[in-house]
Write a protein that binds this ligand. Structure first.
Ligand code: SAM
Length: 324
């Protein structure tokens, strides 16, 4: 485990970013698979994180404003479930916007934002630490699907994992159960998890949220190719691909793809990668749940649903789960 450095007196930063060789191997395995895939964590370089922050403010993107409304409205009840002075761990913390809605009510003894996007995380943690001088922040750059070893160094006390944004929907349901089981292990008996989950709804509303009129989601999706160019010394040309997002009704998930616009052969890691015209690279899923479906998923991981909060239109949900 790497040493944490202090960025300011109330903010430390620990870098546990996966090794470059691991990223290369994982990306190449995905690109050689049939169909081709890229893990969505590769979206989040500094530009990808900024583009995602823009997506959250788009008129079509209902999840963020709806979840923000739920967190703000129910912050006191949420704080009561979290208890006094918990250690608040947020995997996939992004710009740390949502935690701001809870800090004054929850008053954690320590806030631990965890994200794969190193530079963005440092900036977000520093900014938050300046705005909340009373708050101790221990930021960790790590892959939350790999090691949670950093939690071994955390102080004693009740732990609550805060996982908003329906980031859980990016995982296959079986992987979501594994992720929640890890959360259970990390928080221990009596600990909790506060999780934001997007709900089933009309497919037109879902499809619009991932196909915004300004094309920001398309830029976000295509930006991953520039990331691949850097990591794999590849020469993907974004103009030769098209963003495609649709609701897969059978699987109850939004799928995002990059579709090759022509037959092409792309230089990649010292060899050639062939793509047919119309062939797609699958870049993200976003599963949608019912409250009952999500409660069953959590129960399979040993987390009991204590309370759910929904907006008036039942577009989005936030759940407090207790480790049994
Ligand atoms: C959908 S965004 C959600 C951001 C924020 N939590 C919100 O609710 O708006 C996903 C966040 O998780 C981070 N992320 C994605 N995959 C990750 C991984 N495997 N390990 C750590 N962070 C990851 C991204 O960098 C990004 O900040």
């Amino acid at each position: 485990m790497n040493q944490a450095l202090f960025l300011r007196d109330n903010v430390s930063f620990q870098d546990e970013h996966p090794a470059a060789g691991d990223s290369r191997d994982e990306l190449l395995a995905g690109l050689r698979a049939e169909p081709k895939t890229i893990d969505p964590k590769y979206f989040y370089d500094a530009l990808g994180s900024r583009l995602f922050a823009r997506i959250t403010r788009l008129p079509e993107y209902y999840p963020t404003r709806t979840e923000v409304g739920i967190l703000h409205r129910h912050r006191q009840q949420i704080a009561a479930h979290c208890g006094v002075s918990c250690v608040f761990i947020e995997p996939g913390s992004g710009n740390c916007e949502k935690v701001r809605l809870l800090l004054d009510a929850v008053r954690p003894s320590l806030y631990v934002p965890v994200d794969i996007s190193s530079e963005f995380l440092r900036a977000a943690a520093l900014q938050l630490g300046g705005e909340y001088p009373w708050l101790a922040i221990a930021a960790v750059c790590a892959d939350f699907n790999a090691s949670w070893d950093f939690t071994r160094r955390l102080p004693l006390g009740k732990r609550v994992v805060f996982y908003p944004g329906s980031t859980i929907g990016n995982l296959e349901p079986a992987d979501a159960v594994r992720f929640l089981a890890r959360v259970k292990e990390v928080v221990g008996a009596g600990g909790g998890a506060l999780i934001g989950v997007d709900l089933h709804k009309d497919s037109a509303c879902l499809t619009a949220a991932y196909n915004d009129a300004q094309g920001v989601t398309a830029r976000f999706n295509l930006n991953v190719l520039l990331r691949l160019n850097r990591i794999l010394e590849a020469d993907f040309e974004p103009a030769q691909f098209r963003h495609r997002a649709f609701y897969n009704t059978d699987r109850q998930r939004i799928e995002m793809h990059l579709v090759s616009q022509c037959e092409q052969s792309v230089g990649c890691n010292g060899s050639r990668l062939r793509l047919r015209q119309g062939e797609s690279i699958h870049t993200e899923n976003s599963y949608k749940y019912t409250v009952q479906g999500f409660a069953a998923l959590a129960a399979a991981a040993g987390l009991a649903l204590e309370r759910s909060w929904l907006d008036d239109e039942a577009l989005f949900s936030v759940h407090y789960l207790r480790a049994t």
